[in-house]
Design a protein around this ligand. Structure first.
Ligand code: GRF
Length: 210
């Protein structure tokens, strides 16, 4: 087997998606290693998750720097130091600086709790996504793992999976159903990269069956 894919994870919240990835690595389902965790929030649960798993974790926020360039340069330095091969946004609520998107072109993944391009974009995150899905009256929702470009939620999809919207769903019950699927497809998408099975042509992401 090839060496584990070296992953840097960015997150702003409790970190259940990161935990699912770490569990799958431990179970031998994912040939990857989370080498560093970065959060823009000092109190984010994800920093504790990283601590429990013995992963170096840092609170790095743009407000700690003079300007955007300095921030991006620092992030790039950390990613380089940890010999990052793939960046995963596991509930990261900030936009990735353009320099990072360019340096890691087609090597940054995001998980979004809806079927993009519906219910995505700036301001549509967390429970707001599920409220919007219910408000619209959708019969299905789901999750999307996609490549990150310089906009919110607009990069090409890699893996998508649906869940039903059920009678009587609230944003909470729908979020919980979608989260189960997030936990599956995030690792699946990462494993596709680990196995070198992803071929990208424009917006078309082909999954090779080698
Ligand atoms: C997930 O629903 C993810 O799709 C969204 O933010 C949430 C993060 O949850 N972008 P967690 O911190 O991984 O538990």
């Amino acid at each position: 087997m090839s060496a584990p894919l070296r992953i840097a994870a960015f997150a702003s919240g409790r970190g259940s998606n990161l935990e699912a990835v770490l569990e799958n690595i431990k179970a031998g389902k994912l040939n990857a290693k989370v080498v560093v965790v970065i959060s823009n929030r000092s109190k984010a649960g994800v920093l504790q998750v990283a601590g429990q798993w013995g992963i170096p974790a840092f609170h790095i926020s743009q407000i700690q720097f003079e300007d955007k360039d300095e921030f991006a340069t620092h992030l790039l330095k950390v990613l380089t130091e940890y010999e990052t091969q793939l960046v995963v946004l596991a509930g990261y609520l900030k936009k990735m600086p353009l320099e990072i998107v360019r340096a890691f072109k087609n090597k940054i993944l995001n998980i979004h709790p809806a079927l993009l391009p519906s219910f995505g974009g700036k301001g549509l995150y967390g429970h707001l996504v599920h409220e919007a899905v219910l408000e619209y009256g959708c019969k299905i929702s789901g999750a999307t793992v996609h490549l990150v470009d310089d906009e919110y939620d607009t990069g090409a999809p890699i893996v998508q999976r649906c869940v039903p919207v059920k009678e009587g769903d609230t944003a909470e019950t729908l979020a919980a159903r979608v989260l189960q699927v997030e936990h599956q497809i995030f690792s699946e998408a990462i494993q596709l990269f680990a196995e070198g099975k992803v071929e990208i042509e424009g917006r078309r992401v082909r999954i090779l069956s080698k």
